[in-house]
Design a protein around this ligand. Structure first.
Ligand SMILES: *[C@@H]1O[C@H](CO)[C@@H](O)[C@H](O)[C@H]1NC(C)=O
Length: 195
């Protein structure tokens, strides 16, 4: 019996990451907000946490209101015209050959991540491929995150929705899939913060 249960868990785990890959790349991971550790690594994230995310296009929710450090920002140019394709999708990040199983999802645009060449391997704060994370998540991916400021990553965005944004259905409740909670709605279109 126990063997059977373990075997089925194994099967599920094997299929969990077998979704179609929507995007993949290599580049740099950085941090820009943190809704739990508001002061960390000599920085205050208080202002950043008030920024509105690109994926709540109609409702205009801030990082604080979404209240998850698992939200990740990607190439702003790529996501801007294709919100419904990427928003809420799972991102699998690999650091030093280790694939993270954190439930990370796309939720925002990152200006730096869309500037310069997609194949650039040299760090440039004004333009280099990659993703932008919460400080907590980047530190979990690599304990050197605070000291280095940016880490080497590889990623895959896969076709599994972890968070419902309003991108497909304006006015619909948004929140984590399987764990919905009510959110404050703002009627005005937000001024979105982009990095
Ligand atoms: C960002 O996305 C655009 C549109 O898909 C692409 O042309 C560009 O090469 C990407 N830039 C980086 C740095 O990945």
């Amino acid at each position: 019996m126990k063997t059977q249960v373990l075997a089925s868990i194994g099967l599920f785990a094997a299929s969990a990451f077998s979704q179609a890959v929507l995007d993949s790349g290599t580049g740099f991971g950085t941090y820009y907000y943190d809704v739990e550790q508001v002061e960390a690594c000599g920085t205050s994230f208080a202002n950043q946490n008030l920024g509105f995310v690109e994926c709540n296009f109609f409702t205009g929710l801030s990082l604080d209101q979404i209240n998850s450090n698992n939200l990740v920002a990607m190439n702003h140019t790529q996501i801007a015209g294709n919100l419904a394709d990427y928003c809420g999708k799972r991102v699998i990040v690999t650091v030093n050959g280790v694939q993270s199983d954190l439930p990370l999802f796309i939720g925002d645009g990152c200006q730096r991540c869309g500037t310069g060449s997609k194949t650039n391997t040299v760090w440039n704060p004004n333009g280099a491929p990659g993703l932008d994370f919460s400080y907590s998540v980047l530190s979990e991916l690599n304990s050197n995150a605070c000291f280095a400021g940016h880490i080497d990553i590889a990623w895959e965005i896969v076709d599994e929705t972890l968070y419902d944004f309003d991108t497909n259905a304006p006015g619909q409740p948004t929140g984590p899939v399987n764990q919905r909670r009510s959110v404050d709605k703002k009627s005005e279109r937000a001024t979105r913060r982009r990095r």
